[in-house]
Design a protein around this ligand. Sequence first.
Ligand SMILES: Cc1cc2nc3c(=O)[nH]c(=O)nc-3n(C[C@H](O)[C@H](O)[C@H](O)COP(=O)(O)OP(=O)(O)OC[C@H]3O[C@@H](n4cnc5c(N)ncnc54)[C@H](O)[C@@H]3O)c2cc1C
Length: 292
Amino acid sequence: MIRDFIYSKATTVKEALDLIEKHKDDYKIICGGQSLLILMRQGLVAPENLIDIKKVKELSYIDFDSKNGLKIGATTIHREIEKSKIIKKHYPILVYMEENLASDQTRNWGTIGGNLCHGDPTGDPGPMFLALDASVKMANKKRERTIPLEEFFVDYFETALEEGELLLEVQIPVILPKTSVVYEKFNIIKNDQGIVSVAALITADKGGKCKNARIVLGGVASTPLRVKKAEQMLIGEKLSDGLLDKIGLKASKLADPVSDIHASEEYRKHLVNVLTKRMVKKAWEQAKASAR
Ligand SMILES: Cc1cc2nc3c(=O)[nH]c(=O)nc-3n(C[C@H](O)[C@H](O)[C@H](O)COP(=O)(O)OP(=O)(O)OC[C@H]3O[C@@H](n4cnc5c(N)ncnc54)[C@H](O)[C@@H]3O)c2cc1C
């Protein structure tokens, strides 16, 4: 049962920050409620004040320019990302990610800001945005700051948001030429949270060698996990089955999953091995083809 709370609604960022200041002793932000309401129903979260930012329209936008890349406002719903023509053109992998994230109903109501702030290591946007080298912009009454997304995820369901801060925007740089970005999750129920997910970005040089690599795992640690030691093994190398085997094995060694009702630790490590090899191969072949 959900405990009683006082409900306030903001329609601007200023109003939201004022309400946060007013209720700073005991409050929770709610946007789509797709994740928060579950925790409230389970009695895991019981705020005295609920501050609704769903109607803060100034945070609902998708902007792109070829110099600074993509900016997505925090209250943008998943569905808008999925259906955005700009995103389809410049970041098609995000459309694929969204098409496989939750149900139509959840995508129609849940927001990208809510997803990131929930801090669930099995979420899809976390690994995907980390592979794309995203940053996040936040603000409280006193200041605005932007940090790499890599610093945003702190622990299970814990983020770098400080007291009084609101997530405003996700920023994703332009994808460089000769680069491919891929993503895959393994799940038991279609369109549900993944058991394990892998995002990979590969940039190839003209000779077919790997110039840049980012590999991020989901669902195998307390936060999305960038496996830098596996990435380093790729730089300056050409793709071979032997190298792919080593990369898959390295990624699975770096993963630190738990066993739960969905999958054992060993099975998750096995999935990391298989998916990492699959994603690196796919990204590399696509990047190489575009480098010709
Ligand atoms: C049935 C179901 C299936 C799902 N499947 C998937 C899936 O496959 N993949 C996946 O990634 N996710 C999945 N989700 C989770 C869902 O996508 C997101 O977590 C959800 O969209 C969160 O957005 P929201 O606006 O509903 O956030 P809310 O539930 O309103 O808030 C979530 C958290 O973020 C905080 N918050 C929200 N906005 C802000 C802000 N701007 N600034 C500061 N704090 C903020 C809240 O205080 C709360 O702690 C699923 C959810 C459901 C119910």
